[in-house]
Ligand binder design. Structure first.
Ligand code: AMP
Ligand code: TRP
Length: 331
């Protein structure tokens, strides 16, 4: 069975972009692949966090993994810090990454360009840790949204570099970016991606948003004056974004199909359909989220996931340390 691995960094509440771009694929793939889905809590602290809020977000993230349909009997769900090898291999990967490579990472460059002050060293070296997260498990595929593709590509370069230097250590993984929904845009500014760092709170739909609030966000989404439901991300970014959301939430319904349904009808009608689809999905997720929270399933899932993940990760770390010449006693 081929293996797949991905993670989410819950620095805030999970949103519809996370669901459409990442989480729903984890669920889809869990039967076909051996799935490792982890919560990247080391990555979370690359930016300042309030400890209470962080803990709540982590708990919610696991609960939402389960509520969205990840099944701990089929997928390995775990917290990054519960498998210590992540931090250890992360350091080793960092020592094999060039500063020039880290300087080219767009996520970091964007933050620098925004003039953000006091960025941490952890944020800068984050792609090396992400490479370790992946390479510890030799996955075949890494399903991610568009914004993470560059990091997976760096992971491939690092794997190849280390294999050349020390002998075959890592399987070289491939990023898996879906055709539709890999980059859901903000509802209030369709030139930016939907993100938890949305200051206005109007452009981002959180999975735990109150349904009325979510509906309002869709109904007030920025569109255009073309008066035509047509898929054209360049000239009609707002409408195309809503179409991507609708398509992703209705079994990848073809864009032509959606265009045909709304031909000659106003944007109000179209937005109502999108809002209905979004609210139905949120309601379903939230009902299951409440069940999960009261069931003790979170702790059980994490314990089981970490146990299984640790076996593979410890083995890989020992192999790498030995190949580099860092070990004295053979374990
Ligand atoms: P993050 O919230 O940055 O940890 O992202 C977790 C996963 O969700 C990654 O695979 C991202 O690529 C994906 N993701 C985040 N924001 C979006 C978005 N607006 N559209 C699609 N995928 C996204
Ligand atoms: N960097 C990813 C994000 O911000 C989260 C992440 C950390 C990840 N490690 C990973 C994703 C390994 C895939 C594989 O979304």
């Amino acid at each position: 069975m081929k293996r797949m691995l991905s993670g989410i960094k819950p620095t805030g509440q999970l949103h519809l972009g996370n669901y459409i771009g990442a989480l729903r694929h984890f669920v889809e793939y869990q039967d076909e692949y051996e799935m490792f889905a982890f919560i990247a809590n080391l990555h979370c602290i690359t930016v300042p966090q309030d400890p209470k809020e962080l803990q709540q977000n982590l708990r919610d993230c696991v609960a939402l993994y389960l509520a969205c349909g990840l099944d701990p009997d089929r997928a390995n769900i775990f917290l990054q810090t519960d498998v210590r090898a992540h931090a250890q291999l992360g350091y080793i990967m960092c020592c094999h990454t060039y500063m020039g490579e880290l300087n080219r990472m767009t996520q970091f460059k964007d933050k620098m360009a925004h003039g953000e002050k006091n960025l941490s060293g952890g944020l800068y070296t984050y792609p090396s840790l992400m490479a370790a997260d992946i390479l510890l498990y030799d996955p075949d595929y890494v399903p991610v949204g568009e914004d993470q593709k560059q990091h997976v590509e760096l992971t491939r370069d690092l794997a190849i570099r280390m294999n050349n230097r020390y002998g075959e250590l890592f399987h070289v993984p491939e990023p898996l970016v879906a055709k539709v929904g890999a980059r859901i845009m903000s509802l209030s500014d369709p030139s930016k991606k939907m993100s938890k760092s949305d200051e206005t709170n109007k452009g981002c739909i959180y999975l735990l948003d109150d349904l009325k609030a979510a509906r309002k966000k869709v109904m007030s989404a920025v569109t255009d004056n073309c008066a035509k439901v047509h898929f054209d991300p360049e000239n009609q970014p707002g409408i195309s974004n809503l179409m991507q959301i609708l398509s992703s939430l209705s079994d990848e319904r073809p864009m032509a199909d959606i265009e045909a349904e709304f031909e000659g009808r106003g944007y109000g009608d179209f937005k109502r359909s999108v809002a209905d689809a979004v609210c139905a999905k949120l309601e379903d997720i939230q009902n299951r989220y409440n069940e999960v929270l009261s069931s003790g399933a979170i702790d059980r899932a994490l314990e089981k996931g970490a146990q299984r993940a640790s076996v593979l990760a410890d083995e890989k770390l020992a192999k790498v340390q030995k190949a580099i010449g860092m070990e004295i006693i053979t374990k």
